[in-house]
Design a protein around this ligand. Sequence first.
Ligand code: ZN
Length: 258
Amino acid sequence: MKISVHFKSCLLGLVSLCLTGTSIEMTSVRDEHKNKIKHEAYSNLERIMEEQEERLGIIHKDKPNLAFEVSNYDERFFAVYTPENDTINFNSKSLTCETDLIIYQFINWLEGNEVENYRIVLEHELGHFYVDKLNESLGKGNWPIFPDSKDRAGIIGLRIISEGIAEYFERTHTQQLDLFTDSEWPNNLESYDATDLPKFKWLIYGGGYHLVKPIIDSYGKNGIKYLMLNPPKNDEITNLEKYQNKILQELKENKLGP
Ligand SMILES: [Zn+2]
């Protein structure tokens, strides 16, 4: 592909030169890329949901909406699920590579299998959709609903469980390993600093997956439900290994299976 070869030269130190020299060419590639992803997402959504049902022993209720024109998120987030309208919002900023920052990721998307990459995004966001619908089915409304900003532990607890479950959905497809270790859990709330995005994402996504994995591995959909109803609170956030053991013990005592 011409544009791909051209952008490889950017990697050799000609970034600004090729950005200015290819803006028209880029626009058409961006549109083409976005339309392709849109088409693939719509045509494969049901099949991916059915495969998740079989793989995870769950049943999806309804189907999420898909949106592709949302651009009010950091471009390093490829999609965001909004429980209030059951919608998977692909981030058009990262989808179309509107900023220079994303350029290297864009090259990777182009040179990799872009359709497969967006399937990974869908696998993750469908995890968020599943838990939201599960909570709704119990008459408890949308999930997650974050507490007041003063309750930082409550917010972090919900995010870790929410992203951990979504990662579980994603990684049972990608086979990405759990590389997080218990010794990495912070023992203070201040370490969950969202301004240090790589570290924050590692704790919330990598840590979240590490936290929920043994629970969902053993208890399946009952494990997901139990985590949804009992996220870590207050001082549990600063001792998540203990929280994980507590949840495993309670599930064992309740004799809940997968
Ligand atoms: Zn997520």
